[in-house]
Ligand binder design. Structure first.
Ligand SMILES: *Cc1c(COP(=O)(O)O)cnc(C)c1O
Length: 304
């Protein structure tokens, strides 16, 4: 496991950056640990410590069948020597997909929840039922976003990144960008790329910041044009872009979050969004575990 100050930041070089006179680097959170990586490492860290401090032996959380959060939670349970329960939306189909297979092999107990009940999973009665079934559990919400996750994500940027003018981040539930926004400096702009379709995310992030008493010093902008049809949807252009990016840099991106963000970022650079001499920092939030499941689902190899 890399210490947070050992996580590499790499400079990227593309003719486009030269042409537009911007510099671009990438913070490789995907390299933190083979299984507990990316933003999920930062989101789960303080939650695990809190669960242990409070004497819990078992953590329960929620997610879809291909979820990066479920995968990371299972890995974290193994690393921190805690039991984990993953409540999975919908059916659990066997043989398991690569995400759930690895989670189960890491010791996670998988528990299916039908989609209608899943919608009400935060209600006291459902949680009581789960506690009756699984005993005393420390509950972490779907996607892992809570105040301790935001606290963890405040630790993503450090002094080495003080000269960045722009920070590009993927957005799912918004927990990661909330933490980054809380720690970004006054001269910086944080630019979020939403993986989900729709503008609702802007309001969710505003609420998250408000609830957690975060008054950003930086500016914040959320882009909602690069979801490629919605969560986990993709296009041939996206795939080709990710493959070219990999050939050029040796850096793999995932098709759900980081591929879409970097595609969107290149498009924004091309379109002149960034003033000349901008220093753009990309946060590679990981998600690479999802590639196997994606390949199995769509029947082709992303990085052959
Ligand atoms: C989970 C995830 C996100 C979304 O993070 P939020 O805190 O929910 O916004 C972004 N990128 C990757 C790779 C992820 O796995």
């Amino acid at each position: 496991m890399l210490k947070t100050n050992e996580i590499p930041t790499q400079t990227l070089s593309f003719p486009l950056f030269h042409e537009k006179n911007v510099s671009v680097s990438i913070l490789r959170l995907d390299l933190v640990h083979p299984d507990l990586s990316g933003n999920k490492f930062f989101k789960l860290r303080h939650n695990l410590m809190d669960a242990q401090d409070k004497g819990f032996r078992r953590i329960l959380t929620f997610g879809g069948a291909y979820s990066n959060h479920i995968y990371a939670m299972a890995a974290a349970g193994k690393l921190f020597n805690m039991d984990t329960v993953g409540v999975i939306r919908g059916e659990i189909i066997r043989p398991l997909n690569p995400t759930l297979d690895t989670a189960e092999k890491s010791g996670m107990v998988l528990y299916p929840m039908d989609r209608n009940t899943y919608k009400k999973k935060e209600e006291a009665q459902i949680l009581d039922d789960l506690r009756r079934r699984f005993g005393p559990v420390y509950v972490i919400p779907e996607g892992g976003t809570n105040s301790l996750a935001i606290l963890g994500c405040k630790e993503i940027l450090h002094t080495e990144h003080a000269d960045a003018t722009h920070v590009a981040v993927c957005v799912g539930t918004g927990g990661t960008i909330a933490g980054i926004t809380a720690s970004a400096l006054a001269h910086q702009s944080v630019l979020g790329f939403s993986a989900l379709k729709g503008d609702f995310i802007k309001e969710s992030i505003r609420k998250l910041l408000e609830t957690h008493n975060i008054t950003p010093k930086c500016s914040l902008d959320i882009v909602t044009d690069y979801h490629f049809g919605g969560y986990a949807k993709h296009s041939r252009y996206l795939i080709t872009f990710m493959q070219d990016f990999y050939k050029h840099t040796g850096i793999p991106l995932d098709p759900i979050y980081t591929g879409k963000m970097v595609y969107g970022l290149f498009d924004k650079i091309r379109g002149g969004y960034f003033p000349t001499k901008s220093k753009i920092l990309i946060i590679h939030s990981g998600g690479l575990q999802g590639i196997k499941g994606f390949e199995a689902r769509f029947g082709f190899s992303l990085y052959p």
